[in-house]
Each structure stands twice: as C-alpha cells, then as structure tokens.
Design a protein around this ligand. Structure first.
Ligand code: C5P
Length: 216
C-alpha cells in the first residue's frame, strides 16, 4: 500500500477588499517539485497550494486555496497522511476584516489597517496527537546562522525534520536552492542545485525513512 504525503506550497493571499491583498513572493516551485518527486517515488500525494503561476503537477491531487485559513481547513480535511510537509510561505498576518466593497483611499480605515495573526499550520499539525502524521517536516528560510535558527525552529514548531534554506541570495522565487536537512540526529547538507534536484534528494530521504520504519 502506498504511503500518503500531504504538502502545502506557494504563498497565501490575504484579502483586504475585492481588489487588494497581502501576500509574498513565494513562487511555489520548491513545494511543487517536492510533490512531483514524491509522486515519482510512489507516494499518494495531495498538494494544498496557494495562488501560483505553476501548472498542477501530474499524478498529484492538487487543491487550490487562497488564504491561510483556507489552507488550514484544506490540510485538516485531507488528513490522515503518513508525512506532512509544510513548504508554503504562509502569510503571518491577515487583515482583521475583509471589506466587501473596495476601500476608498481617503477612508480612515485604510491607513489604520488592523492585522491579526494567522494560524501556524505546521505547528497545528505537529501537535495533532492521534491524527499527527508519523513524519512532520517544516521549512525554514534563514538569512544568517542558518543551522542554529533552524534547530530552534524545529523545537518551537514541534516538527520532526526541518529543511533550512539560506535565502540571503536569490532563492526566494529563484530556480535554485541549497538546503540543510536537520533530523534531530543528523544534519545533511544539500549543495546548491536546481529545486528539482533538491526535491529529489529530500524525497529520497523521506522514502528511506519509511523503508526503515517498515523494516522494524
Ligand atoms: O515561522 P516560519 O514562518 O519561519 O516557519 C516556516 C515553516 O512553518 C514552514 O514550514 C511554513 O510552511 C510553516 N508555517 C505554517 N503556517 C504558518 C507559518 C509558517 O505552516 N502560519
């Protein structure tokens, strides 16, 4: 029986009014590449994606969402899974109120836009108890002291592995990446390569984890 992988990817889009939103520059490329790489290795893959310019990967069930709240709900409704991988660049904040009509620039409310915190999807899934996937993986985009910050993030989020990127260069939105896989016991460096190659290496690591689990 094939293992089930659930991933998030892309940015989230947080509506201010019908025409304006808060978002970020995530392209979704690393998450989509990882979804494809896992499907190639025989995982049954569900990809919950924020808005991107990418085509839905073949052989992957892709669920399109906009906001962090939608992404959280879609993740919950597509559990259980054996592995959950949070690749999405979830907007940390959303407008406290989404206006049904386009805001006028001279309106006082516009200059006093109130923001509230979005749910942390990774942290929520990592704390799910009986419904928690066996392997929960987060990503960390860091600009300095990458390993130390990523280790701290692994503990804070309650996930099993963290994949750390050094985003001081052009990784965000770019075609290449370099990464550090922190599993608690080990740290493995993946040299600068295309996002497809990085995805393949990560998928290989995940497949090996489940082969070991099966063997015991
Ligand atoms: O705290 P930070 O945003 O740097 O953590 C990054 C990791 O947490 C990524 O795996 C990202 O997908 C996940 N995350 C999440 N929900 C949030 C914020 C981050 O799943 N609201």
């Amino acid at each position: 029986m094939s293992r089930r992988a659930l991933l998030t990817a892309g940015p989230t889009l947080e509506a201010i009014d019908p025409v304006r939103f808060i978002s970020n520059r995530s392209s979704g490329r690393q998450g989509y590449a990882l979804a494809r790489a896992l499907a190639k290795r025989g995982f049954e893959v569900t990809l919950v994606s924020g808005p991107t310019a990418l085509a839905a990967p073949e052989g992957v069930r892709t669920v399109q969402v906009e906001s962090a709240l939608d992404m959280m709900a879609a993740v919950e409704s597509h559990l259980p899974a054996d592995v959950f991988i949070a690749v999405a660049a979830v907007a940390d904040w959303r407008p406290a109120q989404t206006h049904a009509r386009k805001l006028k620039v001279d309106k006082a409310g516009f200059s006093q836009l109130q923001l509230i915190e979005n749910p942390d999807i990774l942290k929520t899934v990592a704390a799910m108890g009986a419904r928690r996937p066996e392997l929960v993986i987060g990503f960390a985009a860091e600009t300095h002291d990458v390993q130390a910050h990523a280790e701290a993030k692994r503990a804070r989020k309650g996930c099993d592995w963290i994949i750390a990127n050094d985003v001081s260069g052009d990784v965000m939105g770019g075609l290449q990446n370099e990464a550090l896989i922190l599993t608690g016991a080990e740290a493995e460096r993946l040299a600068r390569a295309s996002k497809d190659e990085i995805a393949d290496a990560i998928a290989g690591r995940i497949a090996a984890f489940f082969q070991r689990v099966q063997a015991v």
